[in-house]
Design a protein around this ligand. Structure first.
Ligand SMILES: NC(=O)c1ccc[n+]([C@@H]2O[C@H](COP(=O)([O-])OP(=O)(O)OC[C@H]3O[C@@H](n4cnc5c(N)ncnc54)[C@H](O)[C@@H]3O)[C@@H](O)[C@H]2O)c1
Length: 353
């Protein structure tokens, strides 16, 4: 692809303040000869004027539907329900390849319109590793919320904030009791974020990854006051906690934060709850005596929109500068066609990235 036209769309979800491209990276794209159109968006964490100042074209929210046919529409989360046929190439998290509700409808819209989904979750390097992800901040927030809940300072509803303001609330205060914490999946992106947040809160967590869970010691797990689960399970493993473990007399565990949020999946390592929590009610009591509280929020990075957007954008920028046939984007396109085939959606002429 020689002349790239990217179209950064407004997010329809009103709580979504993140963006995949921040103004400083927009400048890099424009300086590299990319045409970048940015839609106005009342809730985006960066005002549209900052994009305009670095040479982006500005367009009304939702106007991507009439963008030039060759524009690649860039966003993070779901598209609006219309138009029925999607004619453009779209880059975003489609959540459409694991038979999620609405997946087939979304893919049909692409196939009918001749467009394509380049799903950010499947933008991977030659070894299958994700090239742009929000994991670090998910783990950071997961541990931060667990600390606040454990210290009795978690205030609902949760609202987006900045790292400095969040860190202020994490510092131990006079009278705070010391506690022990465990991070599982500690070597991954989310696990790393959780470890950093715990240290910010004055807690040195126990760190487990694959090696430490191979021969799982549930007694040792239950002996921690706080646990953050940040694993990315790819094959079924014995659950880290079962219902009976929550009733174990020796349980010290009081606060459980499940960053992974695989509830309902066969890969779920914490089958001790049946629905996630949210910004309005972030913590749910699973046991009364002794208490055990669960936090399982599936959009954690949105609570730190500036920091999480900035990191994500830095990782995505080199990929956007290299948008073309083959490589990671070619794999994304192949995955889209594969998903359509798996759902029995018949495609006509397939297009290049
Ligand atoms: N709640 C949210 O808002 C949110 C946001 C982003 C990501 N996530 C989820 O967080 C999870 C982690 O994402 P990530 O980007 O950190 O993944 P990652 O691949 O960077 O790290 C996952 C880690 O889990 C470890 N692991 C896998 N199976 C394990 C096991 N059985 N025992 C111990 N460790 C194990 C891996 O070795 C790896 O170190 C994913 O499930 C992801 O979907 C949640």
């Amino acid at each position: 692809m020689t002349e790239l036209h990217l179209w950064l769309r407004h997010e329809v979800r009103t709580t979504e303040r993140r963006t995949p491209i921040v103004p400083s990276d927009a400048r890099r794209l424009v300086d590299s000869g990319v045409t970048l159109t940015v839609e106005e968006s009342p809730q985006r964490i960066f005002p549209v004027e900052e994009y305009e100042a670095v040479g982006c074209r500005i367009a009304p929210a939702g106007s991507w539907v009439s963008a030039p046919a060759d524009a690649v529409v860039l966003g993070l989360k779901e598209l609006p329900d219309g138009p029925p046929d999607l004619t453009h190439r779209h880059i975003f998290f489609g959540h459409a390849y694991k038979r999620q509700p609405g997946a087939a409808d979304l893919l049909r819209r692409f196939v009918r319109g001749g467009g394509a989904l380049l799903d950010l979750e499947y933008l991977v390097d030659d070894h299958g590793r994700r090239l742009a992800a929000f994991g670090f901040w998910a783990g950071y927030l997961g541990a931060a919320l667990a600390v606040l809940q454990h210290r009795g300072r978690l205030q609902a509803p949760l609202t987006p904030t900045g790292k400095d303001a969040l860190d202020e609330t994490l510092r131990p205060a006079a009278g705070d009791e010391e506690f022990t914490a465990l991070v599982v999946g500690a070597l991954g992106r989310s696990g790393r974020g959780a470890r950093v947040a715990f240290r910010e809160a004055g807690v040195d967590p126990t760190c487990w990854d694959l090696e430490e869970t191979r021969d799982l010691d549930r007694g040792a797990l239950l002996a921690h006051d706080v646990m953050v689960n940040a694993v990315l399970a790819t094959t079924p493993v014995p659950p880290f906690l079962r219902e009976e473990d929550l009733d174990a007399p020796a349980r010290r565990l009081r606060t459980l934060c499940d960053v992974t949020c695989d509830v309902g999946s066969p890969l779920n390592v914490l089958p001790v709850y049946d629905r996630t929590t949210d910004w309005t009610d972030p913590a749910r009591r699973l046991r009364k005596e002794p208490p055990l509280d669960l936090i399982a929020i599936d959009n954690l990075p949105s609570l730190l929109p500036k920091e999480s957007s900035t990191d994500f954008s830095a990782a995505l920028l080199p990929q956007l500068l290299d948008l073309g046939v083959g490589g990671p984007w070619g794999r994304c396109l192949d995955r889209f066609h594969q998903a359509c085939r798996e759902l029995g959606i018949v495609e006509g002429q397939s297009r290049d990235v």
